[in-house]
Design a protein around this ligand. Structure first.
Ligand SMILES: NC(=O)c1ccc[n+]([C@@H]2O[C@H](COP(=O)([O-])OP(=O)(O)OC[C@H]3O[C@@H](n4cnc5c(N)ncnc54)[C@H](OP(=O)(O)O)[C@@H]3O)[C@@H](O)[C@H]2O)c1
Length: 245
């Protein structure tokens, strides 16, 4: 039975993927801060779901993550799905700090620990580190500066681990999942977003990227096209483009 640990499984994409992997018969270890939501998933699939509360911004996050690995009897795949994001044109200090604590510090401490776990264990069975980053990392987005740059950090960290794994002969595959807008609680309910996807559309594409062990997967093909065009736009032109999300 394959084992996946999903951090950020109490709502949105992480929750849906936890349910889907459990349904597919995987052993699933889930974590987030809200215990009631984790417990509800366990109640659906009592045989193959284990849970533990983890706040990735807390100093005990790594210790609790290792306990969850033990509780799940090991780990073949880590999926890091925790994240926060805000539209913040005022550059509030609290939003800046919270976003970096969660998406940068929290992300790096869990992903680094997963890498070290696979370095110890993945000689025979290959490991996989997957993370949900975002298309928002493609260019600096003025109204979401902290979010956009935190997602760029995540992508760069994953690229770095991919190279480190090669140098250190660690049998671990890195999967960077980059969705466009998906209707989940991270988005404002009353706001319009371009090319927004339903979770029913996005989740199977993310699952396919994990199962096929893709290196980078942009969700979906339309966002792949759009971000390809964004990359061609020089900063002197990009700065004039008003994104209104
Ligand atoms: N939805 C989109 O349009 C979209 C697009 C691109 C990328 N993404 C990325 O996809 C990932 C999942 O987001 P989502 O759309 O599914 O949003 P969501 O429903 O708000 O889920 C976010 C998850 O992160 C967890 N989380 C937040 N802070 C945490 C902390 N300090 N410690 C542990 N877990 C924490 C939340 O759980 P608790 O609150 O219970 O801790 C929740 O389970 C995020 O990284 C997001 O940036 C989303």
């Amino acid at each position: 039975m394959k084992k996946i640990l999903i951090i950020g499984a109490s709502s949105g994409l992480g929750q849906r993927l936890a349910m889907d992997f459990a349904k597919m018969g995987w052993r699933v270890g889930i974590a987030a801060r809200r215990e009631s939501a984790l417990k509800a998933i366990k109640e659906f699939y009592p045989e193959n779901v284990e849970y533990r509360t983890i706040d990735v911004t807390a100093t005990d996050a790594v210790e609790r993550f290792n306990l969850l690995i033990e509780q799940t009897d090991g780990m073949d795949v880590l999926l890091f799905a925790s994240g926060i994001g805000f539209c913040d044109p005022e550059l509030s200090q609290s939003i800046l700090t919270d976003t970096l604590q969660t998406n940068v510090v929290g992300f790096a401490r869990i992903v680094a620990e997963a890498y070290k776990y696979f370095r110890r264990t993945a000689n025979n069975t290959p490991g996989q580190i997957a993370a949900i980053t975002s298309v928002a990392a493609t260019k600096g987005i003025g109204i979401s500066a902290a979010y956009s740059s935190s997602k760029r950090f995540q992508q760069m960290f994953l690229d770095s681990l991919d190279q480190l794994a090669h140098q250190q002969h660690v049998n671990v595959k890195i999967t960077d999942i980059r969705p466009g807008f998906v209707r989940t609680p991270i988005l404002k309910e009353d706001k319009q977003y371009p090319m927004i996807m339903s979770i029913d559309h996005a989740a199977p594409l993310i699952e396919e990227a994990i199962i096929k062990r893709k290196r980078i997967a942009t969700i979906d093909w339309r966002w792949s096209l759009v971000t390809g065009i964004w990359r061609l736009i020089p900063q002197c032109v990009w700065r004039h483009i008003e994104l209104n999300w």
